[in-house]
Design a protein around this ligand. Structure first.
Ligand SMILES: Nc1ncnc2c1ncn2[C@@H]1O[C@H](COP(=O)(O)OP(=O)(O)OP(=O)(O)O)[C@@H](O)[C@H]1O
Ligand SMILES: [Mg+2]
Length: 473
């Protein structure tokens, strides 16, 4: 309770209220609740409560699909276990394995990891799971999706059957839930009732346009909507690279994140984004799940996501913990079907938005500058500037002077040409069952294959056909 208070939580969110008591009784749980509603603490609190601080073995493991999420979850668990002095360690690919081995020697009570790196440590006998009593799969549907399932099975085969298994996600398609139940004992399904799968505090818009119109439209939207922090999702790594350079050329502070970057780079980009030294993060789906970054006010789906679940998670990076957010999805004429599929799943209609014009973009930027000027007039000490201002006012009209200040400060819509390679529209994923047939894996070399293996940058061994993070330093 001391730790929870320190974190500033005053009351339990619905998913926490419904799952914590059940989890404390020892039940297996599949917990489904909207994005940003506190699922981490919903599993984190009971997990921490069960830890015997005096025992020196690993008692709980949490598996997460991406490295950044594993780190974030370990940080939240660390905070929850602070009063108890619980030891929590994150292990993930792309980080020096020897460093992790040294950390493992300090006997963590809880390990949070990505599947591939966990398996590496298990195989090298750096991690023993023989006394683990709780296993959590965060983003469970993703973890049990094709591509991760073998890894998860392999990890679970090292954990005693007498364990508690907790699965959490904002989405849980039926076929995946069925797979999940095989790993669990009499699981209780806790689904926080909501009319829609997405959070109501996120305004959802879509915009119909041609591929070639997307970039200028994005730039104008950024000018008009002036997000505090924005995430722009693109379909492929190349797309993300090209988009972030194009945004920089047009004067936006943007950087990209995707699985081909070094882990150090991925972390530094994310850090800059959290600190606000860049305000647009361009990302593949590697950033779609679980990341909790305060200040993200806008999500732009530059390319429509390949499946409805991805949409739910992507837009869920905004509108978290009761805050407001806005999501805008670009739809090319051939992608109407995907738009419908998304709406059918989320049970929510997106509002159609018109492409903004150049003059609206200019207006948006002027308004942002005007707001700044007004707050400066009202709140700042201007004494060092008034004499120069008075001199200027003797020579020029007040209106001309203010207009030139506005012009100087306003970022005028820029139409410097930029290069973006056309991306073919994403074919709809037909096989919603996602059975384990391998024929479709990694088809056409895209970072997001139509079958659902996503670009998480986890280099996986080709020879075995398994998708596993490679041990790399
Ligand atoms: N009881 C609470 N009171 C206030 N804030 C909370 C509470 N529980 C969690 N939070 C905060 O809400 C935010 C979202 O929580 P969290 O990341 O666990 O959401 P989530 O449900 O896992 O979302 P996602 O589906 O995107 O992974 C975090 O910043 C977290 O610290
Ligand atoms: Mg989460």
């Amino acid at each position: 309770m001391k730790s929870i208070e320190k974190m500033g939580f005053e009351e339990a969110t619905p998913i926490q209220a419904q799952t914590i008591p059940l989890a404390l009784e020892g039940s297996d749980i599949i917990g489904q609740a909207q994005t940003g509603t506190g699922k981490t603490a919903a599993f984190g609190i009971p997990l921490m409560e069960k830890i015997d601080i005096k025992a020196d073995h690993v008692q709980g493991i949490v598996i997460a699909p991406t490295r950044e999420l594993a780190i974030q979850v370990s940080e939240e668990l660390f905070k929850l276990g602070y009063g108890k002095r619980a030891r929590v360690l994150a292990v993930y690919g792309g980080q020096d394995i020897d460093r992790q081995i040294r950390a493992l020697k300090k006997k963590p009570h809880i390990i949070v990891g990505t599947p591939g790196r966990l398996i590496d440590h298990i195989n090298r006998k750096n991690i023993r799971l023989g006394e683990v009593s709780t296993v959590v799969l965060d983003e469970a549907d993703e973890m049990l999706n094709m591509g991760f399932i073998e890894d998860i099975e392999s990890i679970l085969s090292n954990v005693p059957e007498e364990r508690q298994t907790l699965l959490f996600s904002a989405t849980m398609p039926d076929p995946i839930r069925k797979i999940a139940e095989k790993f669990m004992r009499d699981p209780k399904l806790v689904k926080v009732k909501a009319k829609e799968m997405t959070v109501s505090s996120i305004e959802q818009y879509y915009l119909e346009l041609r591929e070639g119109e997307k970039f200028d439209t994005l730039a104008r939207l950024l000018d008009i909507q002036t997000p505090e922090l924005a995430i722009v999702f693109g379909r492929t790594k190349r797309r993300v690279d090209e988009l972030s350079s194009a945004l920089n050329i047009r004067g936006y502070m943007a950087e990209g994140i995707h699985g081909d970057l070094s882990q150090a780079k991925r972390l530094s980009v994310l850090k800059k984004f959290k600190e606000g030294s860049i305000d647009v993060l361009v990302a593949t789906d590697v950033a779609a799940r679980g990341l909790d970054i305060s200040g993200v006010t806008h999500v732009y789906n530059f390319d429509i996501p390949q499946d409805p679940e991805s949409y739910v998670h992507r837009i869920g990076r905004t509108g978290r913990a009761g805050k407001k957010g806005m999501a805008v999805t670009f739809v090319t004429p051939r992608e109407r079907g995907q738009l419908n599929a998304v709406e059918n799943t989320t049970k929510k209609r997106m509002i159609k938005m018109k492409a903004p014009t150049l003059s609206e973009a200019l207006e948006g930027q002027q308004k942002a500058v005007t707001d700044k000027i007004i707050s400066t007039v009202e709140q700042e000490d201007l004494s060092l500037y008034t004499s120069t201002a008075d001199e200027l006012l003797q020579k020029y009209s007040a209106s001309d002077l203010v207009a030139s200040v506005l012009k100087l400060l306003t970022k005028e819509p820029d139409s410097t040409p930029v290069k973006l390679t056309e991306e073919a529209p994403m074919p709809m994923r037909r096989d919603r069952n996602r059975s384990s047939s391998s024929s479709n894996r990694q088809r056409n070399g895209r970072s997001t294959s139509p079958q659902g293996r996503k670009d998480y940058g986890n280099k996986r061994s080709r020879s075995t056909g398994q998708r596993r993070e490679r041990t790399s330093k």
